[in-house]
Design a binder for this molecule. Structure first.
Ligand SMILES: [Zn+2]
Length: 433
């Protein structure tokens, strides 16, 4: 598969670090001059970008920028250019606080479409493809972000946007779609509907599904691949940083290459803010290196992942992030230990070969907190025989104890009995009050 910008995606690490340093210097100077939020902060800590930045790691001295900071600057306070230079504005949905508003200059849009072209190429897309984009076209960045990247490649873009699944499938058949861009759960909704409509998925022209937009699992990937006869890659974006394009998987399917010439990447302990080593799981923190209208310094994404530095057979030298494992705000603290409910699902999946429906329940007896894990029984996941069932529960208990350091009580419950909200089981219930 061709690499969209080999000169950038395959540069030596030392060249890349030099480029990052120069771009970081320029970015810090720009925000110091043009964004009062950052100028105030830098002044308070007596940080002068020209003198105090000698290597990219020096940025660790600077405070984080949070989603609240961006909300508080609603709508344009954190823009680094006058509005006349902004040619596009996007915004988060923001149900509670002010939405997070971001702007793009003409050059920003060029950068954006280029990095999306990189990740689409990495996922197999070429100018010969017909690409159906089922992300929302609107203030959110998903639809238009993918759209312009696909046009940059020269693929034929079908901007179908969200919803109306039967119409999506008809278009997929009639227009001979070869690439589907969707959330992983929507790809499965499409697979279900194709089955219901008695369409043979082998008769479709689909080759690739480019997934993004929500945390998902390897078993979901396998299911999409098996049911739609496609190869599925993962990609990551966040609107405060750019939208789609921040990182994307190549066809090796071993983690998402980060566009490190445009973003400086850190992973930190979500509780203490301490920088973690490659391979350690923590919160992703991003700094933009080339953005003009809305540069962001050390933005706490709230997304949990780890950095992978081992070489990728595809030839790209850009480091990768592993799958997003959940959100920091989903971290549950029991007996002083941070637990990500998604990780418990991973362990159960390893043991049973399929991801069960489960729920973590925290209870309190006297002053003692207790973790219960309620697992719904399925035919594939549990055998009928009591003895084998007990053995499986023992293995689960031991593996989870080894992993999180506290011993849970595992309870089997009937299929369909865990409470659902909008079709999804709540992963954590706190009954400690
Ligand atoms: Zn690769």
């Amino acid at each position: 598969m061709p690499i969209w910008e080999p000169e950038n995606e395959c540069m030596s690490r030392s060249e890349l670090e030099q480029l990052q340093l120069e771009r970081l210097q320029a970015t810090l100077n720009r925000v110091y001059r043009n964004v009062s939020f950052y100028r105030k902060r830098f002044k308070e800590m007596d940080f002068r970008p020209e003198d105090d930045l000698t290597e990219p790691a020096d940025i660790r001295r600077l405070p984080f920028t949070t989603s609240k900071d961006v909300s508080d600057s609603y709508p344009y306070e954190m823009f680094a250019v006058p509005l006349r230079e902004v040619v596009r504005v996007h915004s988060s949905s923001g149900t509670m606080a002010n939405p997070r508003v971001v702007g793009y200059t003409r050059q920003d849009l060029k950068t954006w479409s280029t990095i999306v072209a990189r990740i689409l190429s990495a996922g197999g897309v070429t100018q010969d493809d017909v690409i159906q984009v089922t992300f929302g076209y609107g203030l959110l960045t998903g639809g238009l972000g993918i759209h312009y990247g696909a046009e940059r490649i020269g693929a034929s873009v079908l901007p179908t946007s969200v919803g109306r699944t039967e119409r999506q499938i008809k278009i997929m058949q009639d227009f001979r779609t070869t690439v589907l861009c969707s959330t992983p759960s929507y790809a499965l909704v499409i697979a279900d509907r194709i089955e219901e409509m008695k369409i043979d998925p082998k008769q479709l022209s689909l080759k690739y599904v480019i997934c993004a937009g929500e945390p998902w699992t390897d078993s979901m990937r396998r299911e999409i691949e098996e049911r739609l006869f496609v190869k599925v890659t993962d990609n990551y974006g966040i609107s405060e940083i750019m939208g789609p394009g921040v990182a994307g998987e190549c066809l090796e399917q071993n983690g998402m290459h980060l566009q490190e010439d445009h973003f400086l990447v850190e992973v930190v302990d979500p509780a203490t803010g301490r920088n973690l080593e490659p391979g350690e799981e923590g919160e992703l923190v991003l700094t933009t290196l080339t953005k003009e209208a809305f540069p962001v310094i050390r933005y706490r994404t709230g997304d949990i992942c780890r950095i992978l530095t081992d070489p990728c057979p595809c030839g790209r030298t850009l480091y990768r992030i592993g799958r997003i494992r959940g959100r920091c705000d989903e971290v549950v603290v029991i007996k002083g230990i941070n637990i990500i409910p998604e990780r418990i699902g991973d362990i159960l999946e390893q043991i049973g070969g399929e991801r069960p429906v489960y729920q973590l329940v925290a209870t309190r007896h006297g002053h003692m907190d207790q973790l219960e894990i309620w697992v719904e029984v399925t035919e594939r996941f549990f055998y009928d025989k009591m003895r084998e069932q007990r053995a499986l529960l023992d293995i689960m208990g031991r593996k989870i104890t080894n992993f999180i350091g506290i011993t849970p009580r595992i309870k089997l419950v009937e299929k369909g009995s865990l409470q659902r909200e909008e079709g999804r089981v709540k992963q954590f219930v706190d009954r400690r009050d």
